[in-house]
Design a protein. Sequence first.
Length: 280
Amino acid sequence: LQLLEVEMLLSMFPKKGEISLDEDAVPSVQRYLRNAEGALPPQLEYCIALDVGEAKVKVELQVLLPHMYPQVAPQLFAKSDSLHRQQQSQLNTRLASHISSLDSGDLCVCEAVQWVKDNGLPYLDNSRISSECASKEVIVKETLHRMWIYSHHIYRQELRKKIFDCAKKLNLTGFCLAGKPGIICVEGHQENCEEFWRDIRYPNWRHISCKHVEDIETEGSIDNLRLFPAFEDLQFQAHGDYGPKNNYHMDLGQFLEFLKQHRSGHIFQILFGVEGKLSD
């Protein structure tokens, strides 16, 4: 059923770039259907670029299908550079409410696409008005959001580039430590951190999880609360080397020292489940 719906969507959006889908996503599901005794394939995940209203404002619908979809609801998220974040949140709340009102067990991504095209315009108009009003208001309090992300490994150069480009675009500071395991920390506005988390996981990054989140409120600028002045590429002396067996293990002692220098020594136990100790 999921493959039939993807085929239908590809016929609805035949132009290049209208649907972003990992090239191995459909074949991996097809292989599983031919031999269901093997491991489950990755969940189908794709993005649909929509034009909303006469002005054809760009809205992107991100779709993640649980293995049991359509028996369980899909994960949907609509985003647009033209949407104020509050309006984007309201749009997604209404979208989720609409999808939950449909008959259980029915395919509903096409329905979600049509709903966004039919109902997205008022949010886009309200977003412009809200932005104009917000520019006249004084923000009294802000919150720094900090995410600690753990991955089994980070090797590929194009993935590391994506991480750095995304952090820079969203004005996030922190670091990316490549190797095995791989660690990422980002800090900034909550909306930006959450967008970073969604973007780097797409289309399907296995063995990655957000281990810990910190929120710190301030009446001043959140920049005064940042632990990292920029987004760094950490390079530590490591054991092993890059290769097909992925034996590039980072030096945890040096990493612990780095964390303590940035007032984050307590994070070591959260990431690895053991208390970090430095030798004399």
